[in-house]
Design a protein around this ligand. Structure first.
Ligand SMILES: Nc1ncnc2c1ncn2[C@@H]1O[C@H](COP(=O)(O)OP(=O)(O)OP(=O)(O)O)[C@@H](O)[C@H]1O
Ligand SMILES: [Zn+2]
Ligand SMILES: [Zn+2]
Length: 801
């Protein structure tokens, strides 16, 4: 018996499975989707069995043997193996990269595997009985008899045993110090021996007498009594309590934001949409649900999923970045409870693996998660939903460079179930497809409560400057804020993008302080008084003199959220502000905590970046202020206008969602720009038409396809040489239907001391492009890589910067 194995060796020039001989005794156990350890050269590698066959085309004598089996039941389904086969050509990656993308990281390396006994009474084989005699769990590694392994495989399928992966977390398992307080008599005895100077210890022991015999966490004791840890330790040492470390259950933090647990009576528009969906609930159809902000798209998702669950099927819901939308989480949990798993980047490897297992075992029916949740190992999918489908986070910018939407559509065909792409501002691509009838367009033009969309005012900041207002608040916005503060209503202040916004500038010579490794300005962090590079992590102190001209007139410039916060406290003394940005949300659960506080009315103003633009649904928000609309507009990217329009529409949509009417102020230096004007009027379609004309004229998607090839090298000459070679090579091979543009230096021309170049292929139809690029990759991996060059190919770049 021969197994085809995809091995974990990404630097290899060719992407193909290798044949291995299956040792006789393993024959009953191996099957596609199982992980194995195999010899490769003089190394041992992790691999996946993709196929079992009787014979090899190669000389059997030369074939090596599988060395070890890591799973007794497959971790990859047949569907995943097929999907990987499709992905490697679709996104130009190696099959192994596709397979790894589908699994939680816990299964990517070789972690310890443990067989756990679940039902002793059904252990019938004497060998198995002997194995588990006196033990509930044994390392899989210890089972060397293949006969025994094949018995265990059968048990595992029948649910008598279970194989678990023990994940050794870098941060170690979450443990808490637990105290068992001694009896009253014991503590009284200790008290009598205490020296009279030890007042604090006496205080603590007195408190403990009131809690004699209780089991409490050390944290609780410290918080309740206010004593220092040293005092607690001294008392424990004397014997007033016994301590132990106990593991706390890993539970992805979901804050209950008080959501409806029963379905709403649908509105007329919602009912129409539901009807259309229900008619094709068994069809692999892709729907584009275009509904204005607050139209109740989430309610559609919830009711659709309710139906899917009632038919015994499963649902995947993707959200752009779940840690940014705790409200979504909370809504799904309150409707479906324990049937929901969550998957996002904020979870530890262990938590992710726990959630993944819940899905694989069929314990949950719904997964709500970020991009990679599209690979959730469900086997009976009934619907796949992408909320905010226009978001660029659905595209992975690293190998494998897949778009979750494409994977969703592939899976929907596999299971013959619908895909719902939802957005108030669909991507141009999706809307164009819907207009052509490739997707079904469903529209909701009204808010669920029939209230109007908020009134949007565009403020020309050039006029403010002319009138001598140098503040970042226009007179009108400042007035509006004051009114809300008086009326005790809530305000969202949105600062477009943090990155470039806060840098150090010399007022005499105009120099900005640059990263020594990258071609970009350093960002100023006020809290720690340092300059930091967001590309390579370089950090330095703020200089007192300009590095170029030595002038002392060097100061930070721009509008970071911290600076806005300071200005707010000056302009609106007494206003309570919550700031939500990368700095304030570093800690786990911080997003949820900030939103909960805001929802509970503990602040008047929520100030933040991109992460507050989406998904917020709070009744008391009546004013949204966009401090700087222009940042995204000025990006040298063909999607700049689209991104600006989307962002402004989304953030405006946070205002006036419930009974109180909303108002929005957009501050800009280019008020006449069509992206801003159409956002002001909430007019998606006119924006779409105008933007489509521009795309057509400049030959960009969705009229043309793009492939971006990027190069980097420590040596500037080398990188431009290889980029040039590639362009020549491609021009010789591609038809004259395609344009190869470049080579040019990338917008950020140096990162981490590597110079960056790129070229762009624009085409409408290019048969054989994939094969040509695969040849290019082979050439790169066999020859160019050795010279220190890196090359990446993106068949559907989300940006070309
Ligand atoms: N049929 C309904 N009856 C009453 N209230 C509803 C109904 N449907 C939705 N709502 C409420 O209307 C508000 C807006 O709905 P939802 O958040 O689902 O909108 P959305 O389309 O997802 O908006 P956005 O794109 O801005 O996130 C929510 O508070 C929701 O609870
Ligand atoms: Zn200077
Ligand atoms: Zn840098």
């Amino acid at each position: 018996m021969i197994a085809e194995v995809i091995v974990d060796i990404a630097a290899y020039p060719i992407d193909k499975p290798f044949d291995y001989v299956v040792p006789k005794e393993m024959e009953d156990i191996v099957e596609p989707g199982v992980r194995v350890k195999v010899p490769f050269g003089n190394r041992k590698l992790l691999g996946f069995i993709t196929e079992i066959k009787d014979e090899s085309d190669l000389n059997i004598v030369k074939l090596k043997q599988i060395e070890e089996i890591l799973d007794i039941t497959p971790v990859l389904t047949k569907e995943m193996l097929e999907m990987a086969d499709w992905m490697k050509n679709h996104v130009l990656c190696f099959e192994i990269d596709a397979l790894f993308a589908m699994l939680p990281s816990a299964l990517k390396a070789k972690y310890e595997r443990v067989i756990r006994l679940k039902d002793r009474s059904r252990l019938v084989d004497s060998e198995a009985q002997a194995l588990f005699e006196k033990r509930e769990a044994i390392p899989l590694h210890d089972v060397t008899s293949m006969k025994l392994l094949s018995i265990l495989k059968k048990y595992s399928e029948e649910g008598i045993i279970e194989v678990e992966t023990i994940v050794k977390q870098k941060t170690s398992v979450k443990k808490e110090r637990i105290l068992t307080i001694q009896s009253e008599t014991e503590i009284s005895k200790l008290l009598s021996l205490l020296s009279p100077q030890a007042k604090k210890q006496k205080e603590l022991m007195d408190w403990m007498i009131g809690h004699a015999g209780e089991i409490l966490s050390a944290k609780y004791v410290l918080e309740s009594t206010g004593v220092q840890p040293a005092v607690l330790n001294a008392v424990i040492e004397k014997g007033a309590a016994i301590t132990s470390m106990e593991e706390v259950y890993r539970d992805p933090n979901i804050v209950d934001l008080g959501d409806h647990s029963v379905p709403f009576q649908v509105t007329e528009e919602q009912a129409k949409v539901m009807d259309a969906l229900m008619k094709e609930k068994d069809q692999p159809a892709t729907f584009l649900l275009h509904g204005v902000t607050g139209s109740g798209k989430t309610e559609i998702y919830l009711q659709m999923i309710q139906d899917v669950i009632s038919r015994g099927k499963e649902a995947i819901v993707l959200v752009p970045e779940i840690s940014l939308t705790p409200q979504m989480n909370s809504r799904f949990k309150s409707r479906f409870g324990d049937l929901v798993a969550v998957m996002h980047s904020g979870l530890s490897a262990g938590e992710k693996y726990d959630e993944w297992r819940k899905i694989q075992r069929g314990e949950v029916k719904v997964v709500v998660g970020a991009r990679s949740a599209i690979f959730a190992p469900f086997t009976n999918l009934g619907v796949i939903i992408l909320d905010e489908e226009h978001e660029s986070t659905y595209k992975q910018d690293d190998t494998p460079r897949y778009h979750a939407r494409d994977i969703a559509i592939w899976r929907s065909q596999y299971y013959s179930c619908p895909v719902i792409l939802g957005s108030a501002t669909p991507s141009l691509e999706s809307y164009a497809r819907a207009s052509k009838g490739v997707y079904r367009l469903l529209t909701m033009k009204e808010r669920a409560n029939h209230h109007p969309l908020p009134a949007v005012h565009v403020v020309d900041m050039r006029d403010e400057l002319k009138n001598g207002n140098r503040s970042m608040f226009s007179v009108d916005l400042a007035d509006a804020v004051r009114k809300r503060l008086e009326r005790k209503e809530q305000i969202v202040l949105f600062l477009n993008k943090r990155g470039y916004s806060s840098f150090v500038l010399c007022r005499d010579c105009g120099t900005t302080v640059q990263c020594p490794n990258c071609d970009i300005s350093l960002t100023y962090h006020r809290a720690s008084e340092v300059l930091r590079c967001h590309y390579c992590g370089h950090e330095e102190h703020v200089p007192t003199n300009c590095p170029e001209c030595s002038s002392e007139h060097i100061r930070f410039f721009g509008t970071g959220t911290q600076k806005v916060e300071e200005e707010v406290s000056k302009l609106f003394p007494g206003a309570r502000v919550l700031r939500m940005d990368v700095d304030t949300t570093r800690q786990k659960g911080a997003h949820e905590a900030i939103l909960k506080d805001f929802g509970d009315g503990k602040a008047d103003i929520l100030l933040g970046t991109q992460m507050i633009a989406k998904g917020l649904d709070f009744p008391n928000i009546t004013l949204v202020g966009v401090l700087t609309a222009d940042t995204t507009l000025n990006l040298s990217d063909f999607r700049a206008a689209e991104k600006t329009f989307q962002l402004l529409t989304q953030v405006s949509g946070r205002a006036g969602r419930h009974d109180k009417p909303g108002e929005v102020f957009i501050q800009t230096y280019s008020p006449e720009h069509y992206a801003i004007q159409h956002a002001k009027n909430h007019s998606y379609e006119p924006f779409y038409r105008q933007e489509m004309m521009a795309r057509k004229q400049y030959e960009y998607p969705p009229f043309y396809y793009l492939t971006l090839i990027q190069f980097s090298h420590e040596d500037l000459m080398k990188v431009s040489e290889y980029a040039g070679k590639t362009v020549e090579w491609l021009r010789q091979r591609l038809s004259d239907q395609s344009a190869v543009i470049g080579p040019t230096a990338a917008a950020i021309s140096r990162v981490n001391n590597r110079y960056r170049y790129q070229c762009l292929i624009k085409y409408k139809k290019e048969i054989g492009l994939t094969e040509t690029l695969q040849q290019l990759i082979k050439m790169y991996r066999t020859e160019w890589l050795k010279t220190g060059l890196y090359m990446t190919i993106d068949m559907d770049p989300s940006t070309i910067m």
